[in-house]
Design a protein around this ligand. Structure first.
Ligand SMILES: *Cc1c(COP(=O)(O)O)cnc(C)c1O
Length: 458
């Protein structure tokens, strides 16, 4: 009773689809649709139930499958979680204002590795040197694929088969796969742990120094805090012994902050400039955490060490693409005017919303939802957002949430329907209500979400 693939393909609606989609994908999708029908027949037959085969059903199924099979796997979602740097949802978001410049570089020839003045081969890293030097006051700059790669390159270049001293309070694990002890052994450097989990003194470092010590390392405990009876050695003191014994001081800063965020109501987070000023020889940080740029690992510091890194073969293996360089240069340029950076870089914008702004936006969203007269309880609630991305773990930013409790379906069913909808809305469930934090939602997404909630309740 089942139609052949050709019979389905002969239908007018599929003929026009064949002009739009690749033939092999259309064929596979039609086969899938017929196959599913075949399985259904077998199942119904086992239960002695009858079935009517209708070609138009198979055509409709085929067209649905063609669209699903052709859609890209990587797609946009709406982040209603209030976690600004959500690593699973793409971490930091690039500024709309740089899209033209990034696309121009990505789609046309450029002077990526070409010196226009001299008419000869150049270096892809030069494009970022001046601007990053200006913003961080460092002597030199090198960019790699991400901060994990930056740490690996620094350790491998400066301390292969040598000792690296790190406090026991700073043996960080980030996002499961990056651990200071593991990256250390991968780099060939030998980890020398000093101090205790809660307390490390300057003497602990000094006592561990010997002729094999090549790096004193400080790791910013970006995703946890040790509280209570604690003591750690600050950069000032570490810098003193680094100079006294002539051993480079390296800092893994994690999330690279360039501006003093305490001006905008957040807790103070050490900036790259602080570290350089305090005498750190090499600082590494991420491009896509609080900086708000593309994924990258940024290494700044003393030229003599960075020159060595440039000669390391690993640098070639960890090198960044032109799209990254274009996005990073344009993002850094926004920082030349701090106010502009805070306004135009979405990550900074979201982190620095005032409570009043959030309330206004939440109210606007609430009104929009109330107008739809849906069968659902809607409330405005106060709550907390998180920085995320392993940054500022105990920072609780006040925010406004839209809290939803449907009357005809369960909260978990609402969550699932919104997640699987075309807009892929990601919220969270807490105490039997569905919560959307307006901090991480764009203004032009409120209407889309309202429409999807309406659909979900039908
Ligand atoms: C996030 C982080 C890393 C890893 O950075 P990626 O850019 O994600 O590779 C390394 N060290 C610290 C301290 C971090 O916070």
């Amino acid at each position: 009773m089942l139609p052949s693939v050709d019979e389905i393909l002969g239908d007018d609606s599929l003929k026009s689809i064949l002009n739009e989609y690749p033939r092999s994908l259309v064929l596979d999708s039609v086969r899938q649709a017929i196959d599913e029908k075949r399985k259904l027949i077998i199942k119904l037959d086992e239960n002695n139930e009858g079935i009517e085969i209708n070609n138009s059903d198979i055509i409709i199924d085929s067209i649905k499958k063609i669209k699903v099979n052709y859609s890209l796997s990587l797609k946009n979602v709406i982040n209603g979680t209030g976690v600004v740097l959500h690593t699973n949802l793409g971490r930091s978001l690039l500024s709309e204002s740089i899209k033209e410049e990034v696309w121009e570089i990505a789609s046309k020839y450029s002077n990526l590795e070409y010196d226009i003045e001299l008419g000869q081969r150049g270096s892809r890293y030069v494009h970022l040197v001046d601007i990053i030097k200006k913003l961080t006051k460092a002597e030199d700059v090198l960019i790699v694929n991400n901060n994990a790669a930056a740490v690996l390159l620094v350790l491998n270049t400066l301390a292969k088969n040598k000792d690296v001293i790190v406090s026991r309070g700073e043996l960080v694990e980030v996002g499961g796969s990056f651990r200071i002890p593991s990256i250390m052994s991968l780099s060939g450097a030998k980890l020398v742990e000093v101090g205790a989990t809660n307390k490390t003194h300057i003497l602990d470092y000094e006592e561990a120094i010997n002729e094999d010590t090549n790096i004193l390392m400080k790791v910013h405990t970006s995703n946890y805090k040790i509280l209570g009876f604690t003591e750690s050695v600050g950069l000032d003191e570490l810098s003193k012994i680094s100079k006294k014994y002539n051993i480079p001081l390296v800092e893994d800063l994690g999330s690279g902050v360039l501006i003093d965020l305490s001006k905008y109501g957040l807790s103070y987070e050490p900036t790259v400039l602080d570290s350089i000023k305090k005498g750190v020889d090499i600082v590494t940080f991420s491009g896509d955490k609080m900086l708000g740029g593309p994924q990258a690992g940024i290494i700044v510091g003393k030229k003599e060490y960075i020159d060595k890194m440039k000669k390391n073969q690993l640098t070639r293996a960890l090198r960044v693409d032109k799209i990254t360089i274009a996005a990073l240069e344009a993002t850094f340029r926004l920082y030349l005017d701090e106010k502009k950076a805070v306004k135009e870089i979405p990550t900074l914008r979201m982190l620095t919303y005032s409570l009043d702004e959030l309330k206004d936006r939440a109210k606007k969203f609430l009104d929009m939802l109330n107008k739809l007269k849906l069968n659902i309880d809607i409330k405005l609630e106060e709550g907390f957002s998180q920085v995320g991305g392993g940054s500022m773990p105990i920072e609780r930013m006040n925010t406004y949430l839209i809290s939803l409790r449907p009357n005809n379906i369960s909260v978990s069913s609402l969550e699932e329907k919104l997640r699987l909808s075309n807009s892929h809305i990601i919220g969270r469930i807490s105490e039997d209500r569905y919560l959307l934090d307006v901090r991480t939602i764009f203004d032009n997404q409120f209407e889309i979400i309202a429409k999807e909630i309406k659909n979900a309740l039908i």
